[in-house]
Design a protein around this ligand. Structure first.
Ligand code: GAP
Length: 454
């Protein structure tokens, strides 16, 4: 096998996602809508895996974190109290010449409307306005009236739904700090810097966990969660050399943050935030106590009252998916053929195994392959493919990252064994057909790391 080492571009990932039905531009037949994508079959399966792996690590395998699913449209006072109405803004500039609008702090990432090889402001024709603050929340109206009194927002983060439920959960969940509340759901931001595929979307699925701790323990828990989240990515096969922790300088922290560290991934557009882990202090509980009049505090059995500090790991499934896809993408020459392969962790891969009859028109092979598929699909997401040459079928599975293929062939008819082909090493071995299910269960429990890990 020969590696064909080319620097990975975002276009390569976009085209694979499109070709194999992971992700489509949204509303495409109407010309699309910026920074919004629809997930196809394999995209949905991969997202489901990421969500359930996160939920498993955050809730199922712990006894200190409970789940919540709050509403997307909350009382608008929530967003006044949280500081989003006043402060969830980006500085924007308009170009009077090309009439485009850019983020003032990211001109180096944007292209001039008339000369795309230049950045806005770099040509003599560019005529940029002074920066103005632009709120990123989408506004809507609740009820029959469409005036100021009915204005509401689509949530820009899931976190506030957790803070406003602190009292409900603390009373009912029989947990004491440190304890956490985890939530997964859509968030919405009217992002102005379009492009970069799944990295910056207007509609994305966040996974956030707010961990409430006694204030003196906040620094320690902050460090704990940075490391726990870093480990989660490495255990799911992300390459160590493509992941780093970067602490925010004081001037880049959000209004609520006492300290933030980002887990950054080396995307094709450079090192960028994959996940943020913030120490939000007592900011949110104090703000909602003040604005709602409901005390959001903790009372110890001895009567001591305090407002817990909050440690928050926050990420979107979309950014994780993009990182996993970039990390997994590989091209190599096998024999005289080039293959594209997604080396995804088997637990992340959308399809766990393909079942392929070598000669589909042979009734013996076709029947056995179908029966094996129908058995396996009761337990795992597997695929049966009987169209086209076997080499093409393998390559189709390689491109969607299927870790194993079970092929039913002539020998199966003689001794009831099948071939299992490994996506990464291309090694093949034979297994009794009756043992395939156990073999697959076991293989999915094993550790996995990329053959390209340093
Ligand atoms: N509750 C804190 C919070 O929302 P954030 O840094 O604005 O903090 C947290 O967002 C995470 O949500 C980011 O690290 C990123 O993974 C994801 N995220 C934020 N904006 C996004 C967008 N426009 N598109 C995709 N993911 C986004």
């Amino acid at each position: 096998m020969t590696e064909t080492a080319k620097p990975l571009t975002m276009d390569t990932i976009v085209s694979l996602c499109r070709r194999r039905g992971f992700v489509f531009p949204s509303s495409e037949i109407y010309g699309g809508i910026g920074s919004t994508y629809d997930y196809g079959h394999y995209g949905v399966l991969t997202k489901n895996n990421i969500r359930s792996l996160w939920f498993r690590a955050m809730v199922q395998e712990r006894d200190d974190i409970v789940a919540l699913d709050s509403a997307i449209i909350l009382n608008p006072r929530v967003w006044e109290a949280s500081g989003h109405v006043a402060g969830f803004t980006d500085p924007l500039v308009d170009c009077r010449t090309c009439k485009l609008r850019f983020r003032a702090d990211q001109l180096d990432l944007a292209s001039c409307g008339r000369k795309p090889s230049k950045h806005p402001g770099e040509t003599p024709d560019c005529d940029l306005t002074e920066p103005r603050q632009f709120n990123l929340m989408f506004e809507t109206h609740v009820g029959a009236l469409q005036d100021e009194s009915s204005a509401a927002y689509l949530r820009p983060e899931t976190a506030q739904g957790i803070f406003i439920n602190f009292k409900n959960v603390a009373q009912l969940a029989r947990r004491k700090p440190p304890f956490g509340i985890a939530q997964v759901g859509k968030s919405f931001r009217n992002e102005i810097t379009p492009g970069n595929f799944l990295f910056r979307l207007r509609e994305f699925e966040q996974m956030e966990m707010e961990y409430f701790v006694p204030p003196p323990e906040a620094d320690e828990w902050h460090r704990y969660w940075i490391e726990a989240r870093r480990r989660w990515y490495l255990d799911l096969g992300l390459r160590d050399e493509n992941l780093r922790v970067r602490e925010h300088d004081a001037d880049e922290r959000s209004h609520y943050s006492l300290a933030t560290s980002d887990l950054e991934y080396l995307y094709p557009i450079g090192w960028q935030e994959l996940e943020g882990v913030a120490n939000r202090g007592e900011y949110d509980l104090t703000q909602h106590t003040r604005e709602s009049g409901t005390k959001l505090e903790w009372i110890d059995p001895d009567g001591t009252r305090y407002t817990p500090y909050v440690i928050e790991p926050a990420v979107s499934i979309d950014r994780i998916m993009l990182a996993f896809l970039c990390d997994a993408y590989d091209e190599e020459v096998v024999g005289d053929r080039e293959r594209v392969v997604l080396r995804l962790h088997p637990r992340v891969a959308p399809v766990k195994a393909a079942i392929l009859p070598l000669v589909p028109r042979d009734d013996g092979m076709a029947g056995r392959a179908r029966a094996l598929y129908e058995e396996l699909r009761r337990y795992h997401q597997v695929e049966h493919d009987d169209s086209g040459q076997i080499g093409r079928r393998y390559r189709r599975q390689d491109e969607i990252g299927t870790p194993w293929a079970f092929t039913v062939d002539d020998q199966t008819l003689e001794d009831e064994t099948v071939t299992v082909r490994d996506r990464d090493s291309l090694a093949q071995e034979r297994l009794p057909i009756g043992g395939v299910r156990e073999w697959l269960d076991d293989a999915l429990q094993q550790d996995w790391s990329s053959p390209h890990s340093h």
